[in-house]
Design a protein around this ligand. Structure first.
Ligand SMILES: Nc1ncnc2c1ncn2[C@@H]1O[C@H](COP(=O)(O)OP(=O)(O)O)[C@@H](O)[C@H]1O
Ligand SMILES: [Mg+2]
Length: 247
């Protein structure tokens, strides 16, 4: 049962192999609870969207999984060293070329074979033609690919992307989602955040809805549609869904 999944084929939980389990994660900033006991389970090759309005706790959740912050409570089944991280704010050096940036990050990550890693990254993210270009001169879409390449340096089982489509135009967005689908089809579990519900529905197998640090829903796009009761304007129905639950 290990044939690749396609976008049109939803993952069946019973068949899928769990690669990440997050149980009851709590994060407090002073008296404010940014995450109030959030859980999720992700399978191999699954695309999971963490959806919610600004301040919902999406970045907090992803940065905890990435090991950038410690949770106050809860359990995470996998070490951050096995999880790749593509933060919203990139840490690229605009004056260095694509290949130079990749080489630098490969050294920082202490990859055993820096050159082989850089070559794999250039191929995997389709950046070979851009290898000698200064990062500062790249389009937003290509800069995003360099960020993703860095997230993939250690060939992680799970890749996290924080609002990956936010700064992209529609064509770049399309290429991003195709790339993410290809990565997941090859077995990487991809967890991304977005505040765009329709985009999440279109590109994820599993949706996790957060609002004010609380997990309001977890399930497939079809299950969310059923829960939201959308007829016509899904976005509006989703806003009412949040509103009805006090958000
Ligand atoms: N370093 C921090 N210190 C204090 N509060 C924070 C910090 N980071 C996030 N928060 C708060 O935690 C909540 C969740 O933030 P965040 O995870 O960034 O939400 P999202 O990514 O969904 O917009 C917000 O109320 C935010 O103000
Ligand atoms: Mg955020």
């Amino acid at each position: 049962m290990s044939r690749p999944l396609t976008a049109s084929e939803p993952l069946v939980a019973a068949r899928a192999e769990p690669v990440l389990e997050v149980v009851d994660v709590v994060k407090r900033y002073g008296r404010r609870e940014a995450l109030r006991g959030v859980s999720l389970t992700a399978s191999r090759g699954e695309r999971v969207a963490v959806i919610g309005p600004n301040g919902a706790g999406k970045t907090t959740l992803l940065s905890i999984l990435a090991g950038d912050q410690k949770p106050d409570e809860g359990r995470i089944s996998r070490s951050p060293s096995e999880i790749g991280w593509v933060p919203q704010q990139s840490a690229l050096y605009g004056k260095l070329t694509v290949a130079e940036n990749l080489r630098l990050f490969a050294r920082l990550e202490r990859r055993p074979d820096v050159q082989a890693t850089v070559e794999r990254m250039l191929d995997q993210t389709d950046l070979r033609d851009r290898a000698g270009d200064q990062v500062g001169q790249l389009s937003g879409g290509n800069r995003q690919r360099v960020n993703i390449a860095i997230g993939l340096l250690s060939a992680p089982a799970v890749l996290l992307l924080d609002e990956p489509s936010a700064a992209l135009d529609p064509r770049q967005r399309q290429r991003l989602w195709e790339f993410i689908a290809g990565l997941a089809d090859e077995g990487t579990t991809v967890i991304f955040s977005t505040h765009n519900v329709q985009e999440a529905e279109r590109h994820a197998h599993q949706l996790v809805v957060l609002a004010d640090g609380e997990r309001l829903f977890g399930g497939s796009p079809a299950e969310l549609e059923a829960a939201v009761g959308a007829s016509g304007d899904f976005e509006a129905a989703f806003v009412s869904f949040l509103h009805d639950r006090g958000h």
